[in-house]
Write a protein that binds this ligand. Structure first.
Ligand code: B12
Length: 212
């Protein structure tokens, strides 16, 4: 059975060795890192669905997370900065308060760095004040908020409000993404852009920062 799994299925069932083998095969076949990540992402969504159906449990989510992290270490160099890219633009990225999911955030950061952005990674469970401090200190063109939990919608709104109250709102573009984010959330919270994928976020960031 193992041999017949697709990459997405292997991720969804946490078959680490199969994931590694299939990724190697895809790299050798010339499949791009973006496409490989997208298929793994599908697998992670299915892993989450399995968790929702109680077919697997938190340790499985953690193993899935570790498999993805290993993969990102391998694929990261394939997204290494282009020496010719202008490395002037700055971005601040973090997972919003009370949310500790970081895989999507890290993919976004890898991609931004890949085109030459200087990225300040604030990590996970980031309180609004820490975003404000980073925007003030680093003056980024764009802030990226990642969110995987619907219970953390409030954190997105609180972050945007805190940036506004600090008088910094018109100095920075704010984008939001992650499995719990949506166009509606983006608008309600007062963000400038919702990105369904890290690639969407990358394109938006390049557009506002005038990169590429
Ligand atoms: C792995 C995982 C975990 C791991 C996380 C490990 C890690 N280091 O991140 C662990 C075990 C820690 C975990 C914990 C929990 N989890 Co969890 N987890 C997942 C799972 C299976 C995969 C998430 C993932 O990494 N996906 C792969 C990445 C690549 O996808 P992504 O983050 O969406 O990112 C992509 C895009 O969205 C985009 N993107 C991401 N961020 C941004 C930001 C910007 C600006 C842009 C433009 C784009 C962008 O780029 C990426 C690539 O395109 C999801 C299932 C799912 N459907 O998402 C559940 C899921 C998110 N978890 C869930 C839950 C309930 C929990 C827990 C509450 C469980 C519990 N009872 O304790 C805790 C919460 C802990 C906390 N306080 O945060 C639920 C959330 C339900 C909801 N509606 O809110 C989900 C949906 C599972 C489910 N179906 O029930 N989890």
């Amino acid at each position: 059975m193992t041999e017949e799994l697709s990459l997405a299925e292997a991720v969804a069932f946490c078959r680490e060795e199969t994931v590694k083998k299939l990724v190697r095969q895809k790299i050798e076949a010339g499949v791009s890192a973006d496409e490989i990540m997208a298929e793994c992402n599908e697998g992670m969504v299915e892993l989450g669905n399995r968790f929702g159906r109680e077919e697997c449990f938190i340790p499985d989510l953690m193993i899935g997370g570790m498999i993805m992290k290993g993969l990102m270490a391998e694929l990261g160099p394939m997204l290494a900065p282009d020496e010719t890219a202008a490395a002037q633009a700055k971005a601040v990225v973090g997972t919003v308060q009370h949310d500790v999911h970081d895989i999507g955030k890290d993919i976004l950061i890898m991609m931004l760095r890949g085109v030459g952005f200087e990225v300040v990674d604030l990590g996970i469970d980031v309180p609004p004040g820490k975003f404000v401090q980073a925007v003030r200190e680093h003056e980024p063109a764009v802030v990226g908020l990642s969110l995987l939990l619907t219970t953390c919608f409030k954190s997105v709104t609180a972050t945007v409000n805190a940036i506004r109250e600090a008088g910094l709102r018109d100095k920075v573009a704010i984008m939001v993404g992650g499995a719990a984010a949506s166009e509606l959330l983006s608008q309600n919270a007062g963000c400038d852009f919702y990105g369904k994928t890290a690639v969407d976020g990358l394109h938006y960031a390049c557009q506002v920062a005038g990169v590429g």
